[in-house]
Design a protein around this ligand. Structure first.
Ligand SMILES: [Mg+2]
Length: 258
């Protein structure tokens, strides 16, 4: 892959730029090299709990400089997506307080759990308070015909030391199973988040590379919209049937190619 033709680099965050509160070795230096060479940079995450400003604060804390418009999370485009597709809606949502606020800011009315019959749209983000009562309300609303939108289908939220929490996808699948309906998905590997990123960067997909650690969500998803792909392979992982353009194990393998 010829790096000189690439005008933009899109980075996944978790497991690519940082893990927990630790930057991956060499990533800061590679970012500096990209900026010195005048390349566009964007940070793209399936995060269903936080918007770009919170993620920017974390990057800054870790010593990586970025502009607000270089941050894009699945959480922040969920409200606009629902608005584009269905207009301002009565939304039954679970997830973080911030996700609920973002939905309201996009012009939607939030429906309480016990009024699930009034919901036009069900939206699911990662929710640490997920329980049977929520599952019942959400699946009844979807079964009744409300549009079903998942911020992402990530099975797990990785935390430090190889540990994890069940992810947004685990909650979505519970609702999908009970309702017998599959959701529309905002985040990777679905195309919507990538398309919003490319529109913001103002480049065609063949002029941009997606850099990420997940074969399924970063590499396969990016290939689906025509992006070039750079896979930062977690230790011991192999690519099997998905073929990234470039596989690396350390960011210093990318230096000196621009
Ligand atoms: Mg990742």
């Amino acid at each position: 892959m010829d790096f000189t033709s690439l005008r933009a680099f899109i980075f996944d965050l978790d497991g690519c730029v940082y893990t927990g509160n630790t930057l991956l070795p060499g990533v800061r230096e590679f970012l500096q090299e990209l900026r010195a060479a005048g390349r566009k940079v964007l940070f793209l995450t399936n995060n269903s709990r936080e918007a770009g400003d919170e993620l920017l604060a974390k990057l800054t804390r870790l010593g990586v400089l970025a502009a607000p418009e270089e941050m894009l999370s699945a959480a922040e485009i969920t409200g606009p997506f629902i608005r584009e597709r269905f207009g301002p809606s009565r939304v039954l949502a679970i997830g973080s307080e911030r996700l609920r606020r973002l939905l309201a800011e996009a012009g939607h009315a939030l429906v309480p759990l016990d009024a699930h019959a009034e919901a036009q749209v069900v939206a699911i983000g990662h929710d640490f308070g997920f329980d049977y009562q929520k599952l019942t309300a959400l699946s009844r609303a979807v079964r009744r015909g409300a549009a079903f939108v998942a911020v992402n289908l990530d099975p797990r939220l990785p935390v430090e030391a190889g540990e994890f929490f069940p992810g947004c996808g685990a909650m979505v699948e519970a609702v999908a199973t009970a309702a017998g309906v599959r959701p529309e998905v905002i985040g990777k590997p679905a195309p919507h988040l990538f398309r919003v990123a490319l529109a913001r960067l103002g480049v065609p997909p063949e002029d941009a590379a997606m850099v990420g650690d997940s074969l399924n969500s970063d590499v396969r998803g990016a290939q689906g919209v025509g992006l070039r792909t750079i896979w930062i392979a977690p230790p011991g992982a192999t690519s099997e049937d998905i073929r990234p353009d470039i596989t690396i194990h350390h960011f210093d393998e990318l230096t000196g190619r621009l």
